[in-house]
Design a protein around this ligand. Structure first.
Ligand SMILES: Nc1ncnc2c1ncn2[C@@H]1O[C@H](COP(=O)(O)OP(=O)(O)OP(=O)(O)O)[C@@H](O)[C@H]1O
Ligand SMILES: [Mg+2]
Length: 454
């Protein structure tokens, strides 16, 4: 078993932090050292380590409060507490609540490494339930360490029934990960049912999810089984959960709490056994603040969160994905294309990819369809990258955009001098001013000394 871990180390004693970092790094672990619980929480919000080691006594939020927070948010994450003499009883008590272990200062390096190895062993996944190991994630092409971390977490949490919230920008592979997680879970041979909460009209969503009885509402001609009851024994994937209307959020929360579903119009609720995965590309923290998402539901759904990196954050995956898509699509289109010219591949790996893997797939699809040579040339890739996929502007919008870009270009050249810009455009000043006003442009934006002159 691989016992190398990413360790988040929390201690306000700078010397001890340095010492422990050295010890752990020497043993092959990757260490992130922070000096407060607050900093640890900020760090954890970005990335989940494989282990947390925290001092009990900390300024501000203390180590036990940090531990409780972790227990609530990341129940699988092992925590080791470091105690000085006075805080031993607290640490012992924490082990009864799930802390993996505690170490009393001063401790030696060997003791520490031993506890870490043990914690990682406890948390290591058992054998894969389906096929060989790796089979569950066979569709997920990646060699990036960030993805490896996410996949390792997914693999661990798959074995439990914990609700998982998958976050990530559009096209990063949230649904793919949800399917893989289901495949790695003990529910693999039961249904996986995906529901796009944003795509179903509000009026229908409740009966789609929970079902309805005959005559429950106008048009409900027969009994209909809902998607949640249909997934009995398996997994329900609630996609775009951030788009679920508030009224339904309340009902979903009740279903999750009571593990019972009452179809629309029915007098009795029926028990259900489903595992809930959900996904969103929205920032639910913000949605909670603006009141469009319920906090209590958020905590129910987000027992464990997995966060997918954008494609730009894992560029090492681009050549792998591009070649994979190319060979699949060449087969589909019956094209004899077997690779990318080196400069074409370079253009792919350096592009910005706001649409992530989905956009990469679309670009490769376009070049495959247009390729006439065995190696995809740079020009074709450039063309596919430049044409913003799916974007067709109306004539009015295109003209407005052109006009604004034109004015901005002239004002940049003249550092915001309107008279000069007007002269270049062969227009009089008043007329030029009026155009600027129409687009909300002021000369000040372009003066060399102005901040935010972009
Ligand atoms: N690592 C990957 N390996 C292979 N294919 C991938 C990978 N990640 C994503 N894809 C493919 O990219 C496309 C988008 O993935 P998916 O639908 O899972 O993304 P998403 O995050 O759910 O996107 P959206 O937010 O737009 O719903 C799919 O065709 C999927 O098969
Ligand atoms: Mg999706």
């Amino acid at each position: 078993m691989n016992t190398r871990a990413t360790v988040l180390l929390v201690d306000d004693d700078a010397d001890l932090l340095r010492l422990m970092t050295m010890r752990l790094s020497a043993a092959g672990h990757t260490v992130q050292a922070v000096s407060s619980a607050e900093a640890a929480l900020a760090h954890l919000a970005v990335r989940l380590p494989s282990l947390v080691i925290t001092d009990v006594r900390l300024p501000g939020l203390d180590g036990l409060a940090l531990f409780d927070e972790l227990r609530a948010r990341h129940p699988l994450l092992p925590v080791i507490l470091l105690t000085a003499h006075g805080s031993i009883p607290d640490a012992v008590e924490a082990t009864t609540r799930g802390a993996h272990a505690y170490l009393t200062k001063p401790f030696d390096g060997k003791e520490l490494l031993g506890k870490i190895a043990q914690a990682l062993r406890v948390n290591a996944p058992g054998p894969a339930p389906v096929g060989g190991d790796g089979d569950w994630r066979r569709e997920i092409i990646s060699r990036s360490p960030r993805m490896a971390e996410v996949l390792a977490e997914a693999r661990l949490v798959a074995a439990t029934d914990a609700s998982v919230l998958i976050c990530g920008d559009s096209g990063t592979g949230k649904e793919l990960l949800a399917r893989a997680l289901h495949r790695a879970s003990p529910r693999a041979d039961k249904p996986f049912i995906a529901v796009n909460c944003g795509a179903i009209p509000e009026a229908l969503l409740e009966s789609e999810l929970f079902g309805h009885v005959k005559g429950a509402f106008t048009g409900a001609q027969g009994h209909r089984q809902g998607l949640i009851p249909a997934a009995h024994g398996g997994t329900v994937f609630l996609d775009e959960i951030g788009d679920m209307p508030l009224a339904l959020q309340v009902k979903l929360l009740r279903v999750l709490q009571e593990r019972m579903v009452r179809p629309v119009g029915a007098s009795h609720a029926v028990p259900i056994d489903v595992r809930i995965l959900s996904a969103t590309h929205r920032d639910l923290d913000l949605a909670i603040i603006d009141g469009s998402f319920r906090k209590d539901l958020y905590y129910r759904l987000n027992v464990v969160s997995l966060s997918l990196p954008t494609l730009a954050e894992r560029r090492e995956d681009i050549p792998l994905l591009a070649s994979h898509f190319l060979s699949r699509l060449a087969l589909k289109y019956g094209r004899k294309v077997n690779g990318f010219a080196p400069d074409a591949m370079k253009a792919l790996t350096t592009a910005s990819w706001p649409g992530n893997v989905r956009q990469l797939h679309n670009v490769v699809e376009q070049v495959t369809a247009l390729a006439t040579t065995p190696l995809v040339p740079l020009a074709l890739v450039q063309r596919a990258l430049r044409v913003p996929s799916m974007e067709v502007l109306s004539y009015t919008d295109a003209r407005t955009r052109f006009e604004r870009d034109y004015l901005v270009g002239l004002l940049k050249i003249t550092d915001g001098n309107v008279a000069d810009a007007a002269r270049l455009a062969d227009r009089n000043r008043t007329e030029f001013y009026r155009l600027m006003q129409k687009h909300g442009l002021t000369p000040g934006l372009f003066r060399a000394d102005a901040s935010g002159a972009e």
